[in-house]
Structures are given as C-alpha cells and as structure tokens.
Design a protein around this ligand. Structure first.
Ligand code: G6P
Length: 445
C-alpha cells in the first residue's frame, strides 16, 4: 500500500448506497487516507453512476479532502494497482429482484431477496460475475483485498473462497452491526461497551451471548426482546413480534431474518398482501431509488441525504469502512465477518464460510473459536449451509439438478413439485443473466 494513501475500487459504484460508503471514508480519512476512489459500473448503470459520482465529488469537496473520485465503465482500467476492491453490484438490477420476490409468491412461497427461491436465483446470477471479477483482480491487483457486500453475501463469499484463486476475500453484512446497536439501545448502554458473541451464517446469524463490562446480560436481553414493543428489526423486514416463551427457551438472539424461518406462515401472509398490491419490498425499493436519485441530482446536495436510512442497508458503510481501516492499520479489533470457518464453529465444515467474530489484522480476519453451536439452532444452520453449498455448486456448474436440489432442501420452499415449477419459471425469467444454464434453457425451448 502506497505511503500517499490507498486506492479503492468500488464495483457497482452507481448504487444508491454509494453516498453511505463515501461518508464512511470521509469520516475515517485521518485513519485511512484514501487517495483514489474509483466508482465502476456497467453501461446499463451509466446514468446512475454519473449522478451518484457527482454527489460523491461534492461530498469530498465539502469535506475539503484530497480524495480523487474517478468514474469509470472500464473495470480493468480501474482495477490496476488497487489496494481494496469493494463489490456492491446487482446483476439484472432491481427488475431482477422484483422477479425473485414475485415469482415464488405467485406459487405461495416466501419471496425474499436473499432467502428461499429468491436468494437462490440471486446467487445463480451473481456468483459467475464475481468469479470473473476475481480473475481481473488476480491479473491487475493481486495484493488487493476483495470486500464483498453483494448479496447473497454468504454464498458469494463461499463461492469465491472455494472456486477462485484469490483468497483475500471477506464478506461483509450490516446485520451484526445493526443487532449490536439495537441491543445496546435495549440495554441502555453505549454500543462500544456491548460485546456480542455472534455465530452462524449470513442472514442466519445468532447472538450467543452478550457481555457488558465483563458481565453477561444475555438473560436480560432475551427478557427485553420478548416484549412486543422492543423488537429488533431492520427497515426491510416486517417487525413481527416473537413468541415470548419461545425466545426465553431459545436463549440465542435471532437475527431479524429469522422471522422468515420461525414465523414463515405469518410472514408469507404479509408478503402475499404486499404482492397483491404490487408492493413487494423490491417494488417499494424501486420507487425509493427513483426518489433518491432525484435528490442526488440536486447540485446543492453535498451530504448523504437522510432518506437513505430508509433502506435496509443502513450502517453497511460502517461495517465496510471499519474492515478496510482495521486491515490498513493492523488494528486487531473484533468484527463480525464472513470468512472460512477453519474450526471456529466445530459443528460446521472447516472449509465452509461462516459469519463469526474475527480479530482483524493487517493480514486479514482471524476467526475466533466458538465450539459447537447449541443444539436448538444447529439444525437450521446446518440445513441452510447445505442449501448454500448446493446453490454454489449449481451457480458454478449450471446444473439443473443441483439447482432443483437446492430449492427442495431450502426450508422456505415447501413442495418439490412446486419447486420444479418455480425453478423453470425463474430460469426462463432470468435467462439473460444465467448463461451457465443456457444448454438447459435451449433443451427446454
Ligand atoms: C439488509 C441486509 C442487506 C440487504 C438490505 C436490503 O440490510 O442486511 O444485505 O441488502 O437489507 O435492503 P433494501 O432496502 O434493499 O430492501
């Protein structure tokens, strides 16, 4: 890394989330001096890149920092000699997400961006693109860390660590930091004083214990969370309350996403109502994005607008920038990241990707030891890991059977015959973005 600051390349730079990331970099400039930030997108994202890129420039100018912002549609040109590459892209844009959510719902199953059938299809579209990016990284900036926020972050990280030659890859999500902030506020403590032992998978994460100044406050958290007015959630998840006795018995803090698994029926009912009104989360987000980009166009705007906090990805820049900062400064602090298990959770395969607390040093994150997961949560986590491994296999090989198998072993897909119907419909709907399944599609036609 050069003495005069670092070079960061953000692929999917035209995302509406970019001001969040830029704000995080500005806040930490003294700790991590960014010399160049390259925002990269594809032709279809040209207009958004231009709008958000100009806002990024105004933000840096307001902060009076010597951080150069470059906008580019040429990934290879941008990647040359990067120190960090961040990925936040969406293959097929929001229209693909709308299909991921609406098609399963049409068949009476949960339709969600990263879970169930929607999550599988996001993985099938995204993994080959990310694998291509790692090839470019190997060629143009082999020493760079790849920090992936592209969903489904767990499966993408799993695929990259298994199938690419680049091993400096870390998956990042904002769920752990959101849970930490919510629990700190429940306990009326400062977030910095709250230490949560996290363990599980991306969007399948549990808090296994909570310590404040050396004392476990787990029982209190479970007690507080049982009350209907103190539910942990995120903007993109319907905040249905937990059954009090269930939580007390579980003695593990579920993530907001666990509602899809423990409250499937009720979540489905709510989602179906949204589906019928043309208001699935993806459709709502599309409207929000249009409004955000209208705001971003304002030449007088030079900060991240508060409306961005209505998106589920709030605080993602804290997770991402904290990671960059700790690697750059060899800090040795603890962050919750998607990394190769390496024995951290002994009840999951050592080579699988897990989301766990890690010590972050200049040579990357080192996962802390958890041991086996408690019996009541082990089953679901194992089942999701089996789904993820099968989904990754399908994404890489283009195997129809593996894709069908992935769907059938996912707890949110509740019927094998319907699974096949959903699979065929989604393969057709997304065929433009699934070249690995092309032969199968040709056979079908
Ligand atoms: C949460 C998840 C992110 C996801 C986001 C979606 O924050 O952790 O992985 O991208 O929600 O939010 P959206 O506003 O797009 O529905």
């Amino acid at each position: 890394m050069g003495k005069k600051g670092i070079k960061i390349v953000t692929i999917g730079g035209g995302s509406s989330y970019t001001p969040e990331f830029v704000e995080g970099l500005i806040k930490r400039y003294q700790e991590v001096p960014v010399r160049e930030l390259w925002l990269v997108d594809i032709e279809a994202g040209r207009e958004k890149l231009e709008i958000v890129g100009q806002l990024a420039k105004r933000m840096v100018e307001k902060a009076e920092l010597p951080m150069q912002i470059h906008l580019s549609l040429n990934r290879k040109e941008a990647l040359k000699d990067a120190d960090f590459v961040t990925t936040q892209l969406r293959v097929g844009l929001l229209d693909a997400r709308i299909k991921d959510e609406r098609i399963p719902l049409k068949h009476g199953m949960i339709g969600q961006e990263t879970n169930g059938a929607g999550g599988l299809f996001k993985a099938l579209r995204t993994i080959p693109v990310l694998l291509d990016i790692t090839k470019d990284i190997q060629e143009l900036c082999p020493k760079a860390w790849l920090i992936n926020f592209t969903n489904p972050a767990g499966m993408v990280t799993e695929a990259l660590l298994k199938y690419s030659d680049h091993n400096k890859v870390v998956g990042v999500c904002n769920v752990p930091i959101n849970m930490k902030f919510s629990i700190a506020s429940l306990l009326n403590e400062e977030p910095d004083d709250v230490h949560i032992s996290f363990g599980g998978l991306n969007h399948m994460l549990y808090g296994l214990d909570v310590h404040v100044k050396g004392t476990s406050r787990m029982k209190e958290v479970m007690e507080l969370m049982s009350h209907t007015d103190t539910q942990l959630t995120m903007q993109n998840i319907i905040p249905l309350p937990w059954e009090e006795n269930f939580l007390q018995a579980l003695q593990a803090i579920p993530s907001p996403y666990h509602r899809y698994y423990y409250k499937t029926e009720e979540m489905l009912k709510k989602e179906l109502a949204e589906y019928q009104q043309g208001k699935t989360r993806a459709e709502v987000v599309k409207e929000m994005e249009n409004e955000l980009f209208e705001l971003y166009k304002d030449p007088d705007l030079n900060i991240k607008p508060p409306q961005l906090a209505n998106r589920g990805g709030a605080y993602y820049s804290d997770s991402a920038c904290n990671l960059i900062s700790s690697i750059y400064t060899d800090k040795g602090d603890i962050q919750t990241l998607n990394v190769k298990n390496n024995g951290s959770i002994t009840s999951l395969p050592a080579d699988a990707v897990v989301e766990v607390n890690c010590v972050v040093t200049g040579h990357g994150p080192i996962p802390l030891s958890i041991g086996p997961l408690p019996t009541p949560i082990q089953g679901l986590v194992s089942q999701i890991k089996s789904f993820e491994l099968t989904a990754v296999e399908a994404a890489v090989t283009g195997s129809y059977q593996q894709a069908l198998l992935a769907l059938c072993i996912n707890p949110l897909v509740t019927d094998d015959i319907k699974a096949k119907i959903i699979l065929d419909e989604m393969l057709e709907a997304h065929k433009e973005y699934l070249p690995q399944f092309l032969n199968r599609n040709q056979k079908n036609s």
